[in-house]
Each structure stands twice: as structure tokens, then as C-alpha cells.
Design a protein around this ligand. Structure first.
Ligand SMILES: [Zn+2]
Length: 973
């Protein structure tokens, strides 16, 4: 049953009328300023309370703590949140809007980052649904990868691959369960019955097919290359799995290498025949010196032959531009004997720094500069991409002395064997070479770390699978030009530019990993030659096996089951000549192909929406794969959001102990005083207000309180509007006041503006626009000015119905406008709506304000009246201007406009008295340089006990209008 509300509950926006007592009688005018009204004693008017049409509604005003939690659950069930997605797929016939979900890692509990991501997505899809679009949104999870494998292992070693996979799968499933429950509870509308998981059989089969398609196109290849290698994780890493530590310390050394063959032109310049000649090199990775294979020089640089004080009987070669730097570094006198062009060094050779029996070449290379070091670069092709390319060019076979744990191998010799290269190994090398190290220094610089273990990585050559990104990057950069990147404020565009420059820098993408929790690379190898055996028939066979035996078959079935005779025959090999691959696919390869699994055919997503970091991750991997296979980007637009930070702006992390659980926000902390239950809609409002415009999204008590307050303000207003409509017959055709039409005009404009802000994903501005509209136009203006009509006019009077009609429109537009952000509140409004009971807002189709509501000429009239009102309010010394009789002097057009609001010269009941909130208005024609001026007097009328307006003839009687209402009600007072 609807609750009859107390009058004062609706006075939230109005300063309550207080009795004023005055003794003198003066006049205040807007020109001369003189007035006083006689005060009157306030009377109690309770006897009329039952005769006024107070609002009624069962929409609760305030929900605290457990009641709020219960209400969210009740609304979720009652308003069919869980079946909305299926409903709209069936019933909405508009254009399809595809938001393709970037799969979160199934590696932990739901956190604020998830809340930001999923709620932003839901705001967009719900907005699009209200615009008549059919939504395509299939949530997914990234189920493989090292973090899950490591957490599942929990420090245990020596487990079999199948045991590790079982544990990892169980861990991932539990994480997915927890995350899905939270995502659903936040009201996220999605195809929850058909989520995609990267460990699903069908997903795996699709990946193998795509892998093979790329292989057929020549875009996937296997090769030995230096790749980022994490000794702490024992696997190769992609660029996206690195984080750079700007405070990493390395020891840099300047080392001399004894030259064996000194080109004649140089030898002839040496003052004393037979002096040993040394080349000077500089490196920040002394641990790579044992695998030195060449020294690179730049033929375009000038080099000098120098003598160094304290090293008599020796001469050194260094780039001429770097002599001074060396002088400062060594604090020794250095004399330049002569200079010569770099080209002369071609054909020179030197003795290996660690192995005196080996003589190695000097090689020309363009990457050598005179920016730092010595202008002669120590080259270890196994540990540097440029070194690798030089070696490739000169057909030098690559040597690697570092194993998967980042330790020296047997081949490195007894002193170094087994030592970790980044610590003891590095020191051991420096000890070995101490006689040849001229200088060593500590260097603080930016160095790549494994983003999961937070340990430094190394570059290490190994046999890996690659995608030839070079071959697709131009197409990818071209495809990106048609992609819109939001927010459009420049910050994201900059990151978009970063995406392009990264594409340009990345020559290949290493897609193999040496772990077990992932999709096996479906390849067999020839045992001796290492040639990969890969064919469509093998892929088809493996797809059948996964159907038949499940995901672990690669590790459980014997080789003869993995490879059928037909495939062996196809490659002309016997079973005992082949072995299966031990690598799995990079998780970025898994998720990078999600478009091909979730979007059938040539479909392109309208939007990809993820955090800023995905410019180097999923946005990029998806772009590369789609461009490679389909020639275009998988998305039409990208939207990036920031990351949750604490009140001090620090990123949330377990080690800092500042992680906020979204459940603490929605359901409250155990200690409710320190963390009340804000409910789902407040969480959503917080996301909308803060997550779209900055890279840091603050989570603090203050911002959450502000969000709760804003949601509550809207709640109060919609409750008032619902109450005002309690006896509205829903369909009336009344002539509207100017003020009514003015509100429809504002409503139309606000709706247009809000829609445009939703379309450009500026949800923070959606929230501000709606809050301002609700506070200023709806609450403080319209609801305040029309309350006499609403409460005190005869219930079926045209002016009251007109007011209700406008309020019903405001409620409709406002509810629909906030609905994408506050779906619980919006559905609750419909649930308590006097004539929409049983209708679900999100299933009610498209409803838009009519263009004829837009009436600038009406706005002109009402704006003038509001200008008069502002002047009047400034002039009035009393809070309750109803005590005043106003005279407005004007002429010409101003008078004509004002007359539209009051035809008579003097009135107590005109539209103008309603807007000005006075007892009566006198309109007087008077020419003046001012547009108008106002005079105020105390009214001669008495306060009406029923309507509280000063429109009665005596203090003991109600005013004429109220008397008529009472007569009709046959109320004897
Ligand atoms: Zn009255």
C-alpha cells in the first residue's frame, strides 16, 4: 500500500517557511530600495492536512545497511536482471552493437579493476539497449598462463605436467566462479550462459586452426633468436610481460681486447714497432663477455690510436669522439697518437677475452654510435637483437652458454659453470678479466623485469616460435587509422600513438613458452634435424583427440596416438624419428584470437574496452592476428580506462595493504561504522564519475560518500515525482502553463546532451549533467514552484493534471537517463510506478522526448520571469516571498512577454504569481531605461490555513480557491 508522505519530506529543496514579524510598513523597490511588510503570527494549519493532495508512494526513501543489500538482491531477481540479455537477443530488432569482452585472468578474487572494467562495459551496453540496439556481449576468461600455474603450484616442485594442469585448472575454475558471481551481482547484462574460456576444448581447437592458418601463410616460423628470458619463471617472455625498473643497478666495465691482426695502415702509424694494440669495449652486461663472438665498429666513425698514462708500452683504439669521456672516466692522461677512419678496421681481429685460443673478427655495423662507451661494441649474438642480426648477416653460428635457469652451462668452463649470470656469474667474469678491466662503474638505469616474479630478465637465444609481425605491421598501422580511440581528450590518443610506435619497433612476436599450463603448440619435430612436422591433417587429428580425451591428451597419450600413420607418411618419416613439442602458446596468443572464436565470420566489434595497459597487450595482439588473417582490425573503436588507486594516489597492491575489495563497498565492512554498505548503484556511480577521464581512479571514503550522496539526491527526487503521480490517470490532454512547457524544453535539451555524452563515453559528464538538472531544474525550480498546484488545486483541475503530466515526463526521461548507470534504482522506479507496474524499464523499448518539446520562445518568456524573480528575491528581506505583493513596471516587449504569463493587470492566481512565488502581481506599464523594475509591499491578504498562500480575506477563512475545493470535498472544518 502506498505510503502517505509527510509534507516536510518534500520540502528538502525548499527553505521551510518561517514566521516573520515586522512592525513598520515600508516599500522596497528594485530602484530605490525601501520596504517593510508587517509580520504575522504563524498559525498551525494541521486541520486541513487531509484535504491536500500529498504525494503517496511505497518507494523507500532511505535504505541503510542490510536493507540496501536485501533490496539489491530483491531487485536483481524481481526485475529479471539475469534474463535480460537473453530477452533482448530475442525481442530487440535494432542494429547489433558488439562489445567484445577482453578476458580477465582467472587468477584471483574480484578487485576494483574488475569493477571499473565490467561496470563501464555495462553502462555502455545498457545505454545502447535503451537506444534500441541489440547487444552482443559475451564475457570471457583468460584461463591459462604463468600466474595461475605458479599459484596452483604453491611452491611445489617436481610435479608431473598432468598434476600441474589439474591443479591449475581447479585454481582457475575457482577464480572464475568468484569473479563471475561478483560481475553478475554488479548487474552486468551479458550472455552468462555462453561465456568463453580460453581452456575450453572448442577454444583450443580454434586456436590450433588459427595457428595453422598463420603457418600456411608463412607468418608463423620457428627460429633461434635472442628473446627476453625470465630465469625466475624459466620461460621466454613477450614485451607485454615485462615491466621496466628505472632503478636497476648494473656494473658497467671498460675492457681491453688484445688485437691479433692489426690492419697495416694502423700498424704503420704505431710509433714503436711491435707494441701490443688493444681495442677498448664497454658493456653493462659483463656476464655476456664469455660468449663474445665479435667486435662491431662503425665505418663512418673516426677512431683514434691513443696511449694511456700508466699503460706504457701499449696502444689503444677508441672512437675519436669518446677519447675525452674516457680521459674523465680514468682520470689519466691520454695522448692521441693518430686518428683514422673506421673503415680501416675491416679485416682486423682480436683474441677472445676469456679464451685465448680463439681469434675473432671486427665487423662493421650501423648500430654502433659514439653516444657512449668506446665506439667499439662487444657483440654476443645470443644476448642482443642487434648482435644477433650482425651475426646472421656474417653467417656466424650463435653460441649460448646460459641455461634456462639463467646459469652458465658446462661449456662455460669449470669456473663459471652453474653460476647465475646476473649475480655470482657476473662477478666471476669480472674477477677472471680483472687484468683487462680498465674501469668499472655502477650504473642505475631502466632494466626489464618479469612482471609477475618482479625479478630481472635477460636476453637469451633459444629456439622459439614467432609471428612475423614485420610482415603485417604496415597493414596494422594502416588499419589503426580507421579506429576511434576514446577518451578523445588527447591522453588516450597519445597512448594510441604509442601503440603505433610499438608496432613499428616490434620485428617479431615470440609466441612459445616453456611451461605446461597452456595450449600446447601442435607440432611434432624431426628428432635429428629439428624440422617441424605440421599439417592440416595433423591439426584435424589433434582436434578429434581433444574432443575424445580432453585437454590434457598432449601429455597423457603415447606418441603413436598423437600422430597417425597417415601423417607420418605425409612427411615421409617413421614414428621413432619424431618427438612431440614441449612448448605451449603465449597467453597473449590465446586471448589475441578471442575475436575469431566469439565473433563469427567477418564480424567486427563496435568496441574493445580495457585498461590503458592493453595498448601493449590485448589491443595489440588482437590487431596483429586480425590484420594477419582478415586484413582489418577486429574493432571499430577502443576505449581505455584508468586504474584504481587509494586516497593518496598509490596503485593498489597487496604489499602496500591498500587493496579495496568491491564487496566491502557494496556490502559494507564487518565494522559498518568504518565502511557502510553503499550498495551496487553507488559503486556504479563511482565508476561512471571517475573511471573515464583520468588514468588514476581514486577509491576513498570521501569519493564514495560523495557518490552515495549523489545517488541519494536522485533517489529523493524520483521518489517525490512518483508520489506526485499517485492519482495521475496517465493519459491526459491538458493545456500546459509556460512553466510546464519550459520544463519540457529543458528536459528535451538535457536528454539530447546526455545522449551525446553517453555516445562519446563521457560518463563523468553524464553524472554531472544529470545531478545539476535534478538539483537545479527539477527540484529547486519546478517541484518547488508548482507545489501549490500539485497539493492544493482540485485534484482533477487542469493546472494540476498539467503539472502531473510534466512530472511524469520528467520521471520517465530522468529514469531512462540514469538507468545505464543506476539500473537498480531505475527498475525500482518502474516497480513502484503508479501506472507502469509490471513493466521492466530495460524491456520497455525506446522512448525519446518529442522534438516539439524544444521551444526556445517559451524559454525566452520563462527566463524573463525568472530574471524578475531573481531581482525580487534579492530585494526581499523575508524568506517567504508569499507574504509580498509585487508590482512589476515595464514596457514594450518585456511587458508583452510578461503579459503572456498574466493577462490581467493584477492577479493572485496567474502563472506569473506562481513563478514569482508572491501573493499577487501587479503589471504596470512604465517606460524606463531599465528592462523592468520591481516594487514589493506587504500583501493585504491573509494567510490561507490550507494552502499557506497569502490569498485569504481573513485569517479565519481559507482562500476562495481552497474554499471551493473544501466545498467539493464537503469537508466541514
Ligand atoms: Zn488557499
Amino acid at each position: 500500500m502506498a505510503v502517505r508522505l509527510r509534507w516536510c519530506e518534500f520540502e528538502f529543496h525548499v527553505r521551510l517557511v518561517k514566521g516573520y514579524y515586522r512592525s513598520s510598513r515600508t516599500i522596497y523597490t528594485s530602484c530605490s530600495s525601501s520596504y517593510c511588510a508587517q509580520g504575522r503570527p504563524e498559525r498551525k494549519h494541521k486541520k486541513y492536512t487531509n484535504t491536500v493532495a500529498l504525494p503517496r508512494t511505497d518507494f523507500p526513501l532511505r535504505l541503510d545497511s542490510q536493507k540496501r543489500i536485501d533490496r539489491d538482491i530483491y531487485l536483481y531477481e524481481k526485475c529479471e536482471f539475469s534474463t535480460l540479455y537473453t530477452w533482448q537477443r530475442k525481442h530487440v530488432k535494432g542494429p547489433e552493437f558488439i562489445l567484445h569482452d577482453g578476458p580477465p585472468f582467472a587468477n584471483g578474487k574480484p578487485h576494483m579493476g574488475h569493477a571499473i572494467n565490467k561496470i563501464l562495459k555495462d553502462i555502455i551496453t545498457r545505454h545502447k539497449l535503451l537506444q534500441g540496439c541489440q547487444i552482443h556481449y559475451v564475457p570471457g576468461w583468460d584461463c591459462h598462463g604463468l600466474p595461475i600455474e605458479l599459484k596452483a603450484l604453491g611452491g611445489q616442485t617436481n610435479l608431473s605436467p598432468v598434476t600441474i594442469r589439474k591443479k591449475a585448472e581447479q585454481f582457475a575454475r575457482e577464480a572464475i566462479g568468484g569473479q563471475e558471481e561478483a560481475f553478475r551481482s554488479w548487474g552486468v547484462m551479458a550472455d552468462w550462459d555462453k561465456c568463453y574460456f580460453t581452456f575450453d576444448k572448442d577454444y583450443v581447437k580454434n586456436l590450433w586452426q588459427q595457428f595453422y592458418a598463420l603457418y600456411e601463410m608463412g607468418l608463423v616460423f620457428r627460429d633461434v633468436k635472442p628473446v627476453f628470458w625470465s630465469p625466475s619463471s624459466r620461460t621466454a617472455l613477450a614485451e607485454a610481460e615485462l615491466e621496466y625498473n628505472p632503478t636497476h643497478r648494473s656494473t658497467a666495465v671498460t675492457v681491453r681486447l688484445l688485437m691479433r691482426k692489426v690492419p697495416d695502415p694502423i700498424r704503420s702509424l704505431i710509433p714503436q714497432h711491435g707494441l701490443p694494440v688493444f681495442a677498448l669495449i664497454w658493456t653493462t652486461t659483463p656476464w655476456t663477455l664469455p660468449v663474445n663472438q665479435a667486435v662491431c665498429f662503425n665505418p663512418d666513425l673516426s677512431y683514434s690510436l691513443v696511449s694511456i698514462a700508466g699503460h706504457s708500452g701499449e696502444v689503444y683504439i677508441i672512437a675519436s669522439e669518446l677519447v675525452e669521456m674516457l680521459r674523465q672516466k680514468l682520470c689519466r692522461q691520454i695522448d692521441v697518437i693518430t686518428t683514422f677512419p673506421g673503415g680501416i678496421l675491416a679485416g682486423a681481429s682480436y683474441v677472445h677475452p676469456c679464451r685465448s685460443e680463439r681469434v675473432q673478427p671486427f665487423l662493421p655495423a650501423a648500430h654502433v654510435t659514439a653516444g657512449k662507451g668506446t665506439g667499439l661494441v662487444h657483440s654476443a649474438p645470443a644476448h642482443g637483437p642487434e648482435d644477433f642480426l650482425v651475426a646472421l648477416k656474417h653467417s656466424i653460428s650463435i653460441e649460448c652458454l646460459v641455461d634456462e635457469d639463467g646459469c652458465y652451462t658446462e661449456a662455460a668452463g669449470p669456473v663459471l659453470r652453474g653460476l647465475p649470470v646476473l649475480s655470482e656469474g657476473s662477478q666471476a667474469v669480472m674477477d677472471l678479466l680483472s687484468a683487462d678491466i680498465l674501469h668499472s662503474e655502477q650504473l642505475v638505469h631502466s632494466y626489464p623485469y618479469d612482471w609477475r616474479t618482479k625479478q630481472p630478465v635477460i636476453l637469451r637465444a633459444s629456439c622459439q616460435w614467432f609471428i612475423d609481425t614485420n610482415a603485417v605491421k604496415q597493414k596494422a598501422i594502416e588499419a589503426l587509422k580507421t579506429v576511434k580511440i576514446f577518451p578523445e581528450d588527447g591522453s588516450s590518443t597519445k597512448s594510441g600513438g604509442g601503440l603505433v610506435s610499438q608496432l613499428e619497433r616490434r620485428p617479431y612476436w615470440c609466441i612459445s613458452r616453456q611451461r605446461v599450463w597452456g595450449v600446447p603448440i601442435p607440432v611434432l619435430y624431426h628428432k635429428i634435424s629439428g624440422t617441424p612436422l605440421l599439417s592440416m591433417s595433423l591439426i584435424n587429428h589433434l582436434c578429434n583427440l581433444v574432443n575424445e580425451h580432453g585437454r590434457d591428451f598432449w601429455w597423457t597419450l603415447p606418441l603413436d596416438r598423437l600422430v597417425p600413420q597417415a601423417v607420418l607418411a605425409e612427411h615421409g618419416v617413421a614414428l621413432d624419428e619424431v618427438e612431440k613439442g614441449q612448448d605451449i602458446l603465449d597467453v597473449w596468443f590465446d586471448s589475441g584470437f578471442s575475436w575469431s572464436y566469439v565473433l563469427s565470420g567477418e564480424k567486427v566489434a563496435d568496441l574493445y574496452l580495457e585498461g590503458l595497459d592493453q595498448f601493449t597487450g590485448w589491443f595489440q595482439s588482437s590487431l596483429m592476428t586480425s590484420v594477419a588473417l582478415r586484413g582489418h582490425a577486429p574493432y571499430k573503436a577502443i576505449f581505455v580506462h584508468g586504474f584504481a588507486v587509494d586516497a593518496e594516489g598509490r596503485k593498489m597492491s597487496k604489499s602496500l595493504g591498500n587493496v579495496v575489495d568491491p564487496l566491502d563497498i557494496t556490502h559494507g565492512r564487518k565494522d559498518k561504522k568504518h565502511g557502510p554498505a553503499y550498495g551496487i548503484d553507488t559503486l556504479r556511480w563511482w565508476v561512471a564519475c571517475h573511471a573515464t577521464q583520468h588514468s588514476s581512479v581514486p577509491v576513498s571514503r570521501t569519493v564514495l560518500e560523495a557518490s552515495a550522496e549523489a545517488v541519494h539526491k536522485i533517489r529523493i527526487v524520483v521518489r517525490f515525482l512518483l508520489g506526485a503521480l499517485h492519482d495521475f490517470p496517465s493519459d491526459v490532454d491538458e493545456s500546459l502553463y509556460f512553466l510546464d512547457r519550459y520544463l519540457l524544453h529543458l528536459l528535451y535539451d538535457t536528454d539530447q546532451q546526455v545522449n551525446q555524452l553517453y555516445e562519446s563515453y563521457q560518463f563523468n559528464r553524464v553524472c554531472t549533467t544529470l545531478t545539476n538538472f535534478v538539483t537545479n531544474e527539477v527540484s529547486a525550480l519546478y517541484c518547488h514552484l508548482t507545489k501549490d498546484r500539485l497539493y492544493c488545486a482540485p485534484v482533477d483541475a487542469s493546472e494540476r493534471r498539467a503539472c502531473q503530466l510534466v512530472m511524469s515526463r520528467i520521471l520517465e526521461v530522468l529514469t531512462r537517463s540514469v538507468a545505464p548507470v543506476l539500473p537498480h534504482l531505475a527498475e525500482e522506479v518502474y516497480l513502484c510506478h503508479p501506472y507502469k507496474k509490471g513493466v521492466r524499464l530495460f524491456q520497455s523499448g525506446v522512448s525519446k522526448p518529442l522534438p516539439e518539446w524544444h521551444q526556445p520562445e517559451v524559454a525566452r518568456v520563462v527566463n524573463l520571469a525568472l530574471e524578475v524573480k531573481r531581482t525580487l528575491n534579492k530585494l526581499s528581506p523575508v524568506t517567504n516571498t508569499q507574504q509580498l505583493a509585487a508590482t512589476v513596471f515595464s514596457s514594450g516587449e518585456t511587458l508583452t512577454l510578461l503579459k503572456m504569463l498574466q493577462e490581467e493587470e493584477h492577479s493572485c492566481w496567474s502563472q506569473l504569481t506562481e513563478i514569482l512565488q508572491v501573493s499577487s502581481v501587479m503589471l504596470v506599464e512604465k517606460r524606463s531605461p531599465l528592462k523592468f523594475h520591481v516594487e514589493l509591499r506587504e500583501t493585504l491578504q491573509q494567510i490561507c490555513g490550507r494552502c499557506r498562500r497569502f490569498t485569504a480575506h481573513s485569517v479565519d477563512e481559507p482562500c476562495d480557491r481552497c474554499q471551493q475545493v473544501l466545498d467539493k470535498l464537503r469537508v466541514v472544518v
